[in-house]
Design a protein around this ligand. Structure first.
Ligand code: GLA
Length: 744
């Protein structure tokens, strides 16, 4: 990995074995974009890539000729108002009412490693040899504002991390009304745009559309990244699939309002952008102050979408998730929510915990309903102390009993919320976000705390820290069950109300940071009515996230496939729940429910005390199998082998391969049963060609010995060839294969 500055051409080249990124200081001293993609040769001068030309109806920079227009050249961090009419990366509303800026090249520095972003989540390296960072400083001389654009290239990943920072050295107080994290102008528009959209209970479904002239975007205005859209998009060539072809992707390391956008101009230049949503955003840049954008990640693959996803998986697993739990196997948990909802006693919880221990689970999680007067959703949020009516021995007593059974203990919180029926609200009615003189909209009968205010965050911190200290808590599920309305903070002046959404999420991050520093042994799992805040920002604090409130195995096949495009399996909380399923009332076989949940952080979310002996025995078997291979499931290399969004919608094939390629697990899932079906043969990528794999169908027996080369090209027969017809399976049937490789 290297960063080179070619002084005579004023070009920067960042490259490693996989990718190159080329930037040029243009003739007007603004920054131009030359190239991003597969690694290219270094050269002194790539200025032939500045495709400047005369075009009618264009405005030009110089008064004397038609040779240079910002409308024609690809830029790094464009502004509106001079000669470029496309959407800008920044907008700065100045005291005189103008918005025109001119950020020109000042200097650069190259830093070993990767600096932290104060108060914000960001990727990191532990060893400075693993990354190098280029910081280019631009300045607007009239305003005396510097703009620092940072680019980090990693030693062994096809990823560039970017961010922007504005520093006001001047005497005026302009308002930033657009400050994106990344702008990338691409030389053509022959791309499919992939977004990960949905709603509560059906998050991150893949939607694809070919780019066309004009704008295509996804965004959030909810105060969270949201169930509906995800701050992650892919641009792929039309023929690109999971296994071949070119693609790039951007991801925002941020959990609040975002915008991801592609604008195709009349000359087929694609402007790709991601950052804080400019809608309802402004930031007062007072003299001496600075504004730091969140980090954006840009990845590239020349060989298909699996490789693209794997770059994010590796980056997040090793350079975003932090702390003791980053590399540790994630515990198998039992959660009481779908087992009891609010209706539990200490006795009932302990009965579930007894069963949890018997079946080999490692962590018992007490979900909503243990605190304040929380016997239903109308009361108690904000009162983070145990309810003696439900827990006579408190959290301390319960956690002790759970530990005495040899289980770890986990607890649910929803720190950002309050019910009106709470001591918090009675004592601090001013702690809620609300617009003066306007009604407060409710969601799930709860209201959002003003986390833009440090004293509100302090208040919640002190209550949570007390419970965590006294209660021997090993795991926290941090939930967030409604979006922000009437966003307004009484603590800020009118001119700063556009800052509140961003300040809110900074408050959330600050509370997370304090708690993980104070309780480094706690495993945090984020949650927002399921996957309503499943983003890279959260992974910096909480190594795993509850993927969706929809725990139906069939829906999870889609949700987890969609999620896998951008996020590693180790980040996906995946639970086996009861049938008929609570959300969709579907009945799926227990072995399929297990097989789906294996490809994530396995948990059980059902009343273990009401299961039959046979079911408990089967679950015990599942847990012991998962424990044996969880390193591979959680941290192996993952491939979407059969993708219901891209191929036959009736089939899903997931494969994980250990880093040494000696162990692999392949699961073949079917939605609806078919009749007199074709034979199925599945080619399996990612194996070592020269190893011989003993293939076992889990629960059935040995299938045979095959070389990695044969499995990659001939494939594995997954239908029951001997019976002549597809065997008498049911809807939602699945098969799990274990492949263990050795030298013949
Ligand atoms: C949300 C979560 C669930 C559960 C409930 C508790 O819906 O996503 O898993 O914790 O809240 O109220």
């Amino acid at each position: 990995m290297t960063i080179i500055f070619h002084r005579s051409s004023r070009e920067f080249h960042l490259f490693n074995d996989h990718i190159s990124y080329l930037i040029k200081v243009l003739e007007n001293d603004q920054l131009g974009q030359l190239y991003f993609g597969a690694r290219v040769d270094d050269a002194d001068d790539h200025s032939y890539l500045v495709e400047n030309t005369y075009r009618p109806v264009t405005a030009y920079v110089s008064k004397d000729d038609y040779s240079f227009s910002l409308a024609n050249v690809r830029q790094e961090y464009p502004a509106y108002g001079t000669s470029d009419f496309r959407l800008p990366a920044l907008e700065l509303a100045q005291e005189d009412g103008s918005t025109v800026t001119n950020f020109t090249y000042k200097d650069y520095r190259i830093i070993k490693g990767k600096p932290k972003l104060p108060g914000l989540p960001a990727t990191y390296v532990e060893d400075d040899r693993d990354a190098e960072t280029l910081v280019i400083t631009l300045t607007d001389e009239k305003l005396a504002i510097d703009l620092e654009l940072s680019y980090t290239i990693f030693a062994n990943l096809a990823v560039i991390a970017r961010n922007a920072r504005f520093i006001n050295h001047g005497t005026t107080s302009p308002q930033l009304t657009r400050a994106l994290s990344l702008n990338l102008d691409l030389p053509d528009a022959d791309y499919d745009w992939l977004q990960f959209s949905g709603a509560w209970g059906r998050e991150r479904q893949v939607k694809a559309t070919h780019l066309r002239q004009g704008e295509q975007s996804v965004s959030s205005t909810r105060g969270a990244s949201g169930h509906m859209e995800n701050p992650f998009v892919i641009l792929k060539r039309p023929h690109t699939d999971d296994f071949q072809g070119e693609a790039l992707a951007v991801s925002l390391v941020y959990s609040g309002n975002f915008l991801a956008l592609a604008e195709v101009d009349p000359y087929q230049v694609t402007r790709l952008q991601i950052g804080i949503n400019p809608f309802h955003f402004s930031w007062q840049l007072a003299p001496g102050e600075s504004f730091q954008t969140p980090e954006a990640l840009l990845a590239y693959s020349a060989t298909g979408l699996n490789v693209l996803s794997q770059s994010f998986h590796r980056l997040y697993s090793k350079h975003l998730v932090r702390g003791e739990w980053r590399d540790r196997p994630r515990p198998v948990l039992v959660n009481n929510w779908e087992a009891t909802y609010f209706n539990f006693t200490e006795e009932k919880l302990l009965a579930i915990a007894d069963r949890a221990k018997e079946i080999g689970a490692e962590l018992f999680v007490l979900d909503d309903g243990w605190f304040g007067k929380r016997t239903f959703e109308t009361a108690g949020l904000g009162d983070w102390w145990p309810n003696p009516a439900q827990l006579p021995h408190g959290i301390a007593g319960l956690s002790q009993q759970i530990h005495a059974r040899g289980l770890k203990f986990g607890l649910w919180f929803e720190p950002e919320m309050a019910n009106l029926d709470s001591d918090l609200y009675r004592n601090h009615p001013d702690f809620l976000l609300k617009t003066p003189g306007r009604r407060m909209s409710q969601g799930r009968r709860q209201y959002v705390l003003d986390f833009a205010r440090p004293e509100v965050v302090d208040y919640i911190h002190d209550l949570m820290a007390k419970v965590l200290r006294e209660g021997q808590v090993d795991y926290v599920k941090w939930d967030m069950n409604r979006n922000i309305t009437e966003c307004y903070s009484a603590a800020f002046p009118p001119a700063q109300q556009g800052e509140i959404f961003h300040r809110y999420i900074l408050g959330v991050y600050s509370l997370y940071e304090r708690l993980i520093q104070e309780f480094p042994h706690i495993l945090f799992e984020s949650c927002a009515s399921g996957g309503g805040r499943f983003d890279a920002g959260m992974l910096y604090y909480a190594p795993q996230a509850w993927t969706s409130d929809d725990s139906d195995a069939a829906m999870r096949l889609l949700i987890q496939t969609g999620t896998s495009y951008g996020y590693p399996l180790s980040s996906m909380g995946a639970h086996v729940s009861a049938v008929p399923n609570e959300q969709v009332h579907r009945v799926t076989p227990l072995n399929t429910r297990g097989n789906v949940a294996f490809f994530g952080d396995l948990g059980y979310e059902l009343d273990l005390t009401s299961l039959s002996k046979e079911e408990l025995a089967q679950i015990k078997e599942q847990i012991s199998f998962y424990k044996r291979y969880r390193e591979v499931f959680q941290h192996g290399t993952f491939y979407r082998v059969q993708n219901p969004f891209a191929g036959d919608p009736n089939w899903v094939g997931w494969l994980v391969v250990s880093p040494d390629q000696r162990t692999a697990l392949y699961a073949d899932f079917k939605f609806l049963n078919d009749m007199n079906a074709p034979y199925r043969r599945q080619v399996l990528p990612g194996l070592a060609p020269d190893l011989t794999y003993r293939v076992e169908e889990v629960g059935k027996g040995t299938v045979g010995d095959f070389s990695g080369r044969d499995l990659a090209h001939i494939g594995l027969v997954t239908s029951d060839a001997a019976s002549g017809v597809e065997e008498a399976t049911t809807d939602f049937a699945s098969r799990l294969y274990l492949l263990e490789g050795s030298r013949a």
